[in-house]
Design a protein. Structure first.
Length: 375
């Protein structure tokens, strides 16, 4: 009997040990910087059209994978809003130093739906003593939209600048595959609206959301946005919306985010990088928003300028980045991925920065990437 007990006990210890080793290796792999992971992920998935990559290096098309396939942009779309902000500021249609009430921004803030971005931005503003009379300059609102990816700031700017004006930027830049922008925070409430209107079950609401035409979807988002302006949501109403956003509804929301192609965004990045499309007056307002990377002294050591905007949901990861180094090398990178599982999303997020850095600084890696993805 004792022998059996010891055998069972030994087996249990072995199982726990094996599980512990597997978990340790998994965590180590998850947290380890590995630019090669991004490369191999793209190579493995390039045929399923859920991943797209376009890289231009010194005005040469270095890599193009599914570059004409529209995919959800997530927060990378905020580049379009930043461009319109800079154009209106340069034209004197808005004042970049006008004070914006933090309460007005709160109208478009739903807690726990932006990965803590808005809260982190407010915390930094307080640390830097940039809040005056419960308000901040409009330029800081734009900075928070790009650097922290505040969705509330984005929706506020959509209202201030005008969605019609923002969507004209798509025509101005000749972005033929870019979908129109609409209020992305307000769209979080569409499932609740549909469910209440028609007294539907969750399953019925999901079905209705999946078949809803995008024209109606955008119209509903705009209607909700306008309703909030007249009557902001209470804390309790925001809490109810948050409770209804399970992963099924989040997936529908993610799939219906504004889409575009990496070809579209490479064309935008080239204009930002070459500094010859927009006027100097526009760049006076645009560069401080888009190129906040240059506030880092280490980046100043080897880069002339650099800007980027990424985006993510539980299922999406996107990045649009441009750089010019002190040797004159210019790089534009646009990467979009959709339908990611949790591990893929985590590992891509972890390794994307090292992937970019490796490409920018390592010629062998640039050639290796080009060779691997041309096969």
């Amino acid at each position: 009997m004792k022998t059996i007990f010891w055998i069972i006990g030994g087996l249990f210890v072995c199982i726990v040990l094996v599980i512990g080793i597997v978990f340790w290796k998994f965590q180590k792999d998850l947290n380890e910087d590995n630019p090669e992971y991004v490369l191999q992920f793209i190579k493995k998935n390039k045929d399923n059209e859920h991943v797209s990559l376009a890289i231009h290096y010194n005005q040469q098309k270095w890599v193009e994978i599914n570059s004409k396939k529209p995919l959800p942009l997530a927060s990378t779309v905020k580049i379009i809003v930043a461009i319109e902000y800079a154009q209106q500021a340069a034209e004197g249609r808005i004042n970049s130093q006008q004070l914006v009430s933090l309460e007005d921004l709160q109208t478009f803030y739903i807690p726990k739906t932006d990965g803590g971005a808005h809260v982190a931005w407010l915390k930094q503003l307080k640390q830097d003593n940039k809040i005056e009379n419960d308000g901040v300059p409009l330029s800081e609102v734009a900075n928070g939209m790009i650097a922290y990816s505040s969705n509330a700031n984005t929706e506020f700017l959509m209202e201030l600048l005008g969605l019609e004006n923002i969507n004209k930027v798509l025509e101005q830049l000749n972005l033929v595959d870019h979908e129109p922008l609409y209020p992305i925070v307000s769209s979080l409430c569409i499932p609740t609206q549909v469910m209440n209107e028609k007294s539907l079950t969750k399953k019925e609401t999901l079905t209705a959301m999946k078949v809803m035409d995008m024209t109606e979807y955008r119209k509903r988002a705009l209607s909700i946005h306008e309703t909030w302006l007249k009557k902001p949501l209470s804390k309790e109403e925001k809490k109810q919306i948050l409770q209804s956003l399970d992963m099924d509804f989040q997936k529908v929301w993610s799939d219906r985010l504004i889409s575009a192609t990496t070809a579209d965004y490479i064309s935008i990045l080239e204009k930002l990088n070459h500094k010859n499309y927009f006027t100097e007056d526009v760049h006076k307002y645009l560069d401080p928003v888009m190129e906040q990377l240059m506030q880092n002294p280490k980046n100043q050591e080897w880069l002339l300028h650099a800007g980027q905007k990424g985006g993510s949901t539980a299922f999406v990861l996107t990045l649009a980045a441009y750089t010019k180094d002190k040797e004159g090398n210019q790089t534009e990178i646009a990467f979009f991925a959709n339908n990611l599982n949790r591990i893929e999303q985590t590992k891509l997020s972890k390794n994307m920065n090292s992937f970019q850095l490796k490409f920018l600084t390592d010629e062998k890696f640039r050639l290796h990437l080009q060779k691997e993805l041309s096969q």
